[in-house]
Design a binder for this molecule. Sequence first.
Ligand code: ZN
Length: 213
Amino acid sequence: MEDLQNEYARKFHTIRPTHQRLTLTDEQYQYAAKNILNLPPADGFTKCFCGASLKNKPDHLHYCPQTRKKEINQRYDMIVKALARLGDEIGTTCIESRVSKDTLERTDTTIYALDGTFSFDVVVTHTNCPSYKKRNMSVSALKEAKNNMKNTKYLNKESKDGRIFSSFPISSYGAMFPSTIAILRKLASIAESTGMWSQNAFFQYAIYPTLIC
Ligand SMILES: [Zn+2]
């Protein structure tokens, strides 16, 4: 799969966790490895709660309508929280964005730093999802389309309110893309300005917490 060729997919295998809270248990590591290998999450787990067989579609849980509202959203929330925690760790104020009076919508998080206010919105995509495959789009075209969708929704509004908006796209296999990397590099540059990190060290550190969600 195109996603798995991305530089950041599978990177969690090679980065050494720097903190106890970032260490995966054996069970979590097995789930992550099976996800990458496109195997069902557990031996003997051959059928989803919705009745769908996992035999030929072991990644079904990434797009099952039954798990979409809870498990899939939970992962999304974990990534948002991981990014907010990174913001906290480098001394920025990181808060859940306010709902716009005009649209009643909001981006996930706003980071207030000395050199600007940044807002971002996480997009998690399972590129192997049958509904995408039907459209016969390449992974990069799909990412581009989702990115454009978020930019159309938020870019002007956020800019009008003095915030620099960026989407944070990540795939269910851990693939990261230019705007994902740009946000992590921005955080790394803020981290370096505090004198506590080198930019590259923080960037390398920041990749892992988002990948293990
Ligand atoms: Zn299902």
